[in-house]
Design a binder for this molecule. Sequence first.
Ligand SMILES: Cc1cc2nc3c(=O)[nH]c(=O)nc-3n(C[C@H](O)[C@H](O)[C@H](O)COP(=O)(O)OP(=O)(O)OC[C@H]3O[C@@H](n4cnc5c(N)ncnc54)[C@H](O)[C@@H]3O)c2cc1C
Length: 276
Amino acid sequence: MNAPAVNFYKEHGVDLSSEMLEISLCAQHNNGGLSVDLWWQTNIPGVFSVGEAAATHGVYRPGGSALNAGQVGSTRAAHFIAAKRRDVFVDTEGFVNILKKNLETSFNFLRSGTAGREKPQNLIVETTERMSRVGGAVRNKQAIESAINAIRVELENFSERVWFDDTESAIGAIKYRQILITQFVYLNAMLDYINCGGKSRGSALYTDFGGCAPHDALSSQFAFQLESAEAENEIQEITLENGNCKITWREAREIPEEDSFFENVWRSFRENGNVY
Ligand SMILES: Cc1cc2nc3c(=O)[nH]c(=O)nc-3n(C[C@H](O)[C@H](O)[C@H](O)COP(=O)(O)OP(=O)(O)OC[C@H]3O[C@@H](n4cnc5c(N)ncnc54)[C@H](O)[C@@H]3O)c2cc1C
């Protein structure tokens, strides 16, 4: 905490040098997400992802620049689309046809309907609370493993468990299923990180009983060790294939040397608008 903040508390009767301060946590950033290239295009051609949904924030949050990062990503995606994807424009009818085809799985799923007993809205609350407990700022290997197993069972028994019979609950059911799948992938990424020897870093504390707690008043649940600086150059990539996660690691790409000499930038701008 910075000095003016400490003083602010002191002026209001709270001396942080001798008193504990109760805090509540919330997620400020998604430091991971859909993999994108330098035009914010995902591995599905024509699908772009920017902002918190894109994996452009890295280990640490980008220090007050997330909004700019979203704007830069959107602008670059727009430049790329304008320069490279005009020829793949589909008309409304074509778009609806593609949409119908892709929604068929969801329609089949909705037709399977009303076998379960539990309302998706309640299940969403339960599952998001579990994710906050297990995959939030304080993470523990056993807790993550048991959440992964629970989610796998919930996905397998989805139609026996979930009840929906109107539009609102059907949308809730789809949302609940998507949340489960997302949590499954994120938790598997965390588990793999631990299994690969990963330690606490960024804003995540991984319980490590070989380490020490940050304060005497905190239990061993908060014991941790810090990750080494070199490991921050490693990027973990995860894909979901037939219900299983496939995980690989690679080095971060080098930041390219900029050639911002005016004549060169102007020449390439006239050649390709600097979209390549
Ligand atoms: C407390 C806090 C403080 C922050 N401070 C800063 C700061 O000082 N500077 C900075 O640069 N950044 C800051 N950030 C981060 C910044 O606010 C975010 O990175 C940015 O707003 C993300 O924009 P986004 O469009 O990617 O996502 P969001 O702003 O989260 O937009 C996603 C939208 O999608 C909607 N949505 C979600 N699910 C569905 C669905 N199924 N169907 C339809 N719509 C859906 C949501 O309602 C939401 O409107 C802060 C964030 C937090 C939480």
